[in-house]
Ligand binder design. Structure first.
Ligand code: GLN
Length: 536
């Protein structure tokens, strides 16, 4: 295929309608027809990246292999497309302004007044088309965060309006996602919010080509006709997106509704037959049909917002389908776990996963959860801070170093078993300064990790400042807590496992960032397998 083509996805009426899932689903369908696709997210907030955002604000921060801290929607893109994204796939207003201001300081604008239009909009356009210039993609799907009508998304809407004319009508498609609410009092589905939302887009110079309507109920032909008539789209371009039990069903529903076929028609791309979705369908069938159920405790402190642990929850789901078992995940608040109630809080679960996190709050509960898993031989998976808690627990309760801790939590210890790396000691800025992105890890032969991966060397993504303190490594080894994954370049411990336990693995990296529908992560698969055996 020649020139790269662009699909722009906007949202109206309300936020949280699932633009990310619709974009990822369309991406999967186009990919399944043999096209090369990537997805990009434009975020209208002023943070340069979401790395400095509290998970309560914006959910999980997703990390790409090239070390970018990005929006959690990129996780959906990778999980659906089974391919990697990078910094170029996530652009924020902060990043756009930073780049424009840097150019202004360098004198690049040659004395001109620097303005939102054209300078900010040009920078947005450059960021959108940058991925296309690589020549690696036939289609780029660009999701614009926020809701049309928001003040902060205006420059993005203007930029994509201009792009339609720069790139040509036949090379661009606009998809607008809205909500059709159901009023139970009158038993009616209402299209007015959609009509208003399309009007807002029209005021900004954009006529959407496709409308995807989120709804709790089936939209009949009359409603579809009404929307088509009032919003100037073809009847075929009115796509229903009904609520489903799993997000992984959405590509199949979108295919039934003809979304991908219509987009291809608009882009003048010859329809290459039906998409190849055999494996995807098998996965969805397994998800829906497995009867056996296991219970996993996800111990963390950001549990009030499930989006904080998005990738972990999805990875557990992928691994469940691989093991033909339904994974029932309960988020257990680590602040509520106390010495006198640990067993009561955790005895119902077949496996325990201790989540990543930052800061002191909730750490004591996490350490108690590790102790419970270790002593009761419950399959244990510790991720990042989860591994660090496992190290602290072992130091305190097995090596009898009562004061052992991470220097993130206290300086008042003779046993900083988790400590700041030398190169982190002078770092004062918070944004983008952790150990971020993909690093190589060598696996010890015969370890649980090596058995899971069936490889000797892997590459995994990191996001942390603190590390296992190698000064104490010999003591840990002697007592049965073994380093089974080592970074060959720095000698840093990346994985630890306990001897004499059915399955106890902690990773300094985040395996959850690289589990996809078609390639579930080996460590999650084996954690679920061990939990299943524990249940039996
Ligand atoms: N707070 C810990 C660190 O910075 C762990 C981070 C994490 O769990 N992602 O090292």
């Amino acid at each position: 295929m020649g020139k790269t083509k662009y699909v722009f996805v906007t949202g109206g009426v309300t936020s949280s309608l699932g633009k990310g899932i619709i974009s990822a689903s369309l991406g999967r369908l186009l990919l399944a027809r043999g096209l090369r696709v990537t997805i990009q997210k434009l975020d209208p907030y002023i943070n340069v990246d979401p790395g400095t955002l509290n998970p309560y604000e914006h959910g999980e921060c997703y990390v790409t292999d090239d070390g970018a801290e990005t929006d959690l929607d990129l996780g959906h893109y990778e999980r659906f497309l089974d391919s990697q994204t990078s910094q170029a796939n996530n652009v924020t207003t902060g990043r756009i302004y930073q780049s424009v201001i840097n150019k202004e300081r360098r004198g690049d604008y040659l004395g001109k007044t620097v303005q939102v239009i054209p300078h900010i909009t040009d920078e947005i356009k450059r960021s959108i088309t940058q991925l296309g210039r690589s020549g690696d993609y036939d289609i780029i799907i660009t999701e614009i965060g926020g809701t049309v009508g928001d003040i902060e998304s205006l420059p993005y809407i203007e930029a994509v309006r201009q792009l339609r004319w720069d790139l040509g009508v036949e090379n661009t498609v606009f998809i607008h996602l809205t909500l059709v609410p159901y009023l139970s009092a009158s038993g009616e589905l209402k299209t007015k919010p959609t009509q208003h939302s399309v009007k807002v887009l029209l005021e900004n110079g954009i006529q959407p080509d496709v409308l995807v309507l989120r709804s709790e109920h089936e939209l009949n032909k009359d409603i579809r006709k009404k929307v088509a008539l009032f919003c100037n789209v073809e009847l075929k371009a009115v796509i229903q997106s009904i609520d489903v039990s799993t997000i992984y069903e959405v590509p199949l529903l979108m295919q039934d509704e003809g979304l991908d076929a219509y987009v291809l028609k608009k882009l003048r791309i010859k329809d290459q037959g039906r998409p190849e979705l055999k494996e995807w369908k098998e996965f969805v069938n397994k998800l829906k049909s497995s009867e056996l159920e296991i219970k996993i405790a996800l111990v963390g402190k950001y549990v009030e917002l499930h989006d904080s642990y998005k990738s972990i929850i999805e990875s557990l789901t992928h691994a469940g389908a691989m093991n033909d078992v339904k994974v029932r995940i309960t988020c257990v608040h680590s602040e509520l776990i106390k010495e006198n109630n640990t067993s009561e809080m955790l005895s119902a679960y077949d496996g325990i996963l201790v989540a990543p996190g930052f800061g002191h709050r909730g750490v004591d509960g996490k350490i108690l959860a590790v102790k419970y898993a270790r002593e009761n031989k419950v399959p244990f998976f510790g991720i990042c801070l989860g591994l660090q808690c496992a190290v602290i627990e072992f130091a305190r309760n097995v090596l009898s170093w009562d004061d052992a801790h991470s220097s993130e939590m206290t300086n008042m210890t003779k046993h900083p078993v988790i400590d700041l790396m030398e190169e982190q000691k002078d770092v004062t800025e918070k944004g983008g300064t952790m150990r971020l992105g993909g690093y190589t890890c060598e696996l010890k032969k015969g370890s649980l990790a090596q058995k899971a991966y069936k490889k000797d060397v892997v590459r995994e993504r990191h996001r942390h400042r603190y590390e296992f303190n190698n000064d104490f490594l010999d003591d840990f080894k002697k007592a049965g807590m073994l380093p089974t994954g080592i970074n060959p370049d720095s000698g840093l411990v990346e994985i630890m496992e306990q001897k004499d336990h059915p399955w106890f693995v902690g990773t300094q990296f985040h395996p959850e960032y690289s589990s996809t529908v078609l390639s579930p992560h080996p460590l999650f698969i084996d954690f679920i397998k061990a939990s299943l055996e524990n249940k039996k």
